[in-house]
Design a protein around this ligand. Structure first.
Ligand code: DGT
Ligand code: CA
Ligand code: CA
Ligand code: ZN
Length: 567
């Protein structure tokens, strides 16, 4: 499916170029639509091309079809290559700055000579952007904020992105190496990752060579005898190869966080010990006392082993001293996914496919939570279609084609706090997630509190509404929401989609402390997104959650009993 993604990206880019040039809106929309259709296509576009069936795809007209054909026959699309020559790449990247549309960019380009990121930063900072026609202070402020968000995203990557890069590297090197592990913020499952850190033991020269020779490497930033840094997919990956006996202390050191390590060093000092990436030593005699395993490193400091996700100096060291570390939830305990879209709204998989995929993933259950009717662009379900879907789900369950499907919904919470669907249908459902999808600048506290008070709502979806690197949370008094959730027995979601991770680690930890249960859901719109549950488990572990805090660890019957309790 690489080709689907690649083609969708090209068509989106063409639309950007055309929009920048002020081309016809019809043409621009045709390319945008093609990009969306291809991205969501369940099958392989290359196969459809070989079968001469491109035109059978809804939304693909003759012009677009011929461009796809050109792509497969000539390896590129002429129109795209022309546009790329005409408009510099570093200018087009600026189209990814939130709140800066192609029209404004074009004005800035023509009137102010903005050609790249540096130029844009300058005209935002010195105020010349405000001199453009139609540019009020409000608009400039929005662009300034968008630029800030964009710059944050340039420096760091999403956890989901980092995991995929990390696993490629591990998969490539593992066969050559006795030991290899991720380290740094990725091993700690932090929601964003600066660079990837990888640690290995074995034949140093050979490993470094294999690392810089990986097929995805676009640049070697540094290469020494025992370490190297490379760029792949525009991201930096650092590798270090250490001696077998130093594995534990090196892994501990390079996993971090820096704050956790600084605290450990203080504890070592108090005991007359010195700790670094080579081992733990007696300050007096210099004797090496530990370092082969991480467990050994913690043990010599009289600490229980601290899982990587907790290593942020947020009380985990004190807890390890007092034997009070939580028994963290883990991936094997997850019995299902509680937020999944099907092709009844804007997902691509049908119900049976989802049930089968759920079974393949070892799940007992999977909640179908399509959008409700307020989400028109997502083909949200009205009462009638939801009734039909419930029937379809119950029928599939009786045939046992895969895991059990929970009949659910992701119902919109209106600005006045009311729900988007009638009670009569909500009460038939096994699992009701209620979410805010509109009026993001308005304070959402009252709205969400009202939803918590509904006896039909089991869970609040992506409670803060943030989208990492592109949208800040809506104004919200989370403490009030948590209090109400606790009082009403409403769960809060840890949305496990890599773009959201909402609630975040700190918020979810607070939720637990206030007695609120958490529900993990991937918000998948395609089968290929269900893996992101692992990211949700990462957040849950960073939030100190134990199995009983997470609804997904409950067997089906217990989960259903819990949800019935609220009603
Ligand atoms: P990132 O890459 O910004 O997401 O965050 P990390 O935590 O991966 O940080 P990175 O890549 O700079 O360094 C990896 C680990 O190496 C870090 O978590 C702890 C350790 N480390 C790096 N620099 C220092 C330092 O100055 N002092 C200490 N104690 N540890 C350090
Ligand atoms: Ca790092
Ligand atoms: Ca690093
Ligand atoms: Zn949603």
């Amino acid at each position: 499916m690489e080709k689907n993604r690649e083609l969708a990206r090209i068509f989106d880019r063409i639309a950007d170029f055309l929009e920048f040039k002020g081309d016809s809106i019809y043409r621009i929309n045709a390319y945008r639509k093609a990009a969306r259709v291809i991205k969501d296509l369940p099958g392989n576009i290359e196969e459809l091309y070989h079968q001469n069936r491109l035109r059978s795809i809804p939304g693909i007209g003759e012009k677009i079809a011929s461009k796809i054909q050109q792509y497969f026959e000539e390896g590129s699309i002429k129109k795209y290559e022309e546009l790329r020559r005409e408009i510099p790449e570093e200018l087009m990247i600026l189209l990814e700055v939130p709140n800066l549309g192609p029209k404004t960019l074009r004005l800035a380009y023509e009137a102010l000579g903005v050609r790249n990121l540096e130029d844009l930063k300058k005209v935002v900072r010195d105020g010349t952007l405000a001199t453009l026609p139609g540019m009020g202070p409000k608009k400039v402020e929005k662009i300034r904020k968008g630029l800030e968000i964009f710059l944050r995203g340039q420096e760091r990557m999403l956890l989901g992105e980092a995991i995929q890069i990390g696993e490629k590297v591990l998969g490539h090197l593992a066969p050559l190496i006795s030991r290899i592990s991720l380290a740094g913020s990725l091993r700690r499952m932090k929601e964003t990752v600066g660079d990837l850190d990888i640690l290995a033991t074995g034949e140093k020269g050979k490993i470094v060579q294999a690392f810089v020779g990986m097929p995805w490497v676009t640049e070697v930033l540094a290469k020494g005898d025992t370490k190297a840094s490379i760029l792949m997919e525009d991201r930096q990956v650092d590798l270090r190869v250490v001696d077998e006996g130093e594995w534990g202390s090196a892994l501990q050191y390079f996993t971090g966080s820096k704050e956790h390590n600084v605290h450990l060093r203080e504890i070592a000092k108090e005991r007359g010990l010195k700790i670094n990436e080579y081992g733990v030593f007696s300050t007096k005699t210099g004797e090496r006392l530990a370092g082969a395993t991480e467990e050994e490193v913690y043990a010599i400091l009289d600490l229980a082993y601290i899982p990587p996700e907790l290593r942020e100096d947020r009380g985990e060291i004190e807890a390890a001293q007092g034997g009070r570390l939580p028994d963290l939830v883990n991936h094997d305990q997850i019995k299902g996914d509680l937020h999944v879209h099907s092709n009844w709204s804007d997902g691509t998989a049908d119900l049976e496919e989802l049930a089968r995929e759920g079974a393949r993933l070892g799940y007992q259950y999977l909640a179908i939570t399509d959008h409700s009717k307020a989400m028109k662009i997502a083909h949200g379900l009205d009462e009638k279609r939801l009734e039909e879907q419930i029937k379809a789900i119950r029928e599939i369950n009786t045939r046992k084609v895969g895991c059990h499907l929970l009949a659910g919904i992701e119902v919109d919470i209106h600005p006045d706090g009311s729900l988007d669907l009638d009670e009569a249908v909500l009460k038939e459902l096994d699992w009701v997630v209620a979410s805010v999808h509109s009026h993001f600048t308005q304070d959402a506290t009252e709205r969400i509190i009202a939803a918590c008070h509904s006896p039909w709502v089991h869970c609040i979806g992506h409670p803060t509404g943030r989208i990492i690197f592109s949208r800040d949370p809506y104004p919200l008094d989370l403490d009030q929401v948590l209090e109400t959730a606790a009082a009403t027995g409403t769960a809060l979601e840890i949305n496990a989609h890599q773009d959201r991770l909402d609630l975040s680690d700190l918020h979810a930890r607070k939720a637990k402390e206030m007695g609120v249960k958490l529900a993990l859901g991937t918000d998948s719109h395609h089968l290929g997104q269900l893996w992101m549950i692992r990211l949700g488990v990462g957040v849950a572990r960073r939030a100190w959650l134990e199995p009983s805090d997470v609804l997904n660890t409950y067997p089906l019957e217990e989960l259903l009993a819990l949800t019935r309790k609220k009603r």
